[in-house]
Design a protein around this ligand. Structure first.
Ligand code: AMP
Ligand code: ZN
Length: 114
């Protein structure tokens, strides 16, 4: 999608500090980090929100979650703990309408979230 920020990051048109990429996924550091580690894992396929996922996306979503866990492990946060979050639509504060899994680590994260 030409006008989608995260499609442009996935294609390399807009730069990002990438942590991982393969044929299906890209992971990159958030521009406005909310924790010492704040990485976004996205599919290359444009999917606007979690509401738009279909059965054919199940493997991709599974790969996104496992990739977040692998990045957390590689950065040394698997044992201490970390948070993974999908924000969906306005009430959750979604601002970029291409699904992304937030990986937050490196500080104590409060619950309930804001
Ligand atoms: P959300 O509020 O769940 O839609 O999250 C969107 C996230 O994308 C926010 O945490 C932003 O800081 C982040 N973001 C926006 N633009 C960029 C960019 N160009 N590079 C990296 N992260 C970005
Ligand atoms: Zn997109």
């Amino acid at each position: 999608m030409e006008d989608c920020l995260f499609c442009r990051i996935a294609s390399g048109t807009i730069p990002a500090r990438k942590a991982y990429e393969d044929d299906a996924l890209v992971a990159f550091h958030d521009l406005n980090p909310q924790a010492p580690v704040h990485v976004l894992v996205i599919p290359r396929k444009h999917i606007a929100t979690v509401n738009d996922l279909t059965a054919e996306d199940e493997a991709t979503v599974g790969a996104m979650v496992r990739r977040a866990a692998a990045i957390a492990r590689d950065l040394g946060h698997a044992e201490a703990g970390y948070r993974t979050v999908f924000n969906c639509n306005a009430a959750a504060g979604q601002t970029v309408f291409h699904i992304h899994l937030h990986l937050l680590a490196g500080r104590d994260l409060t619950w309930p979230p804001g």
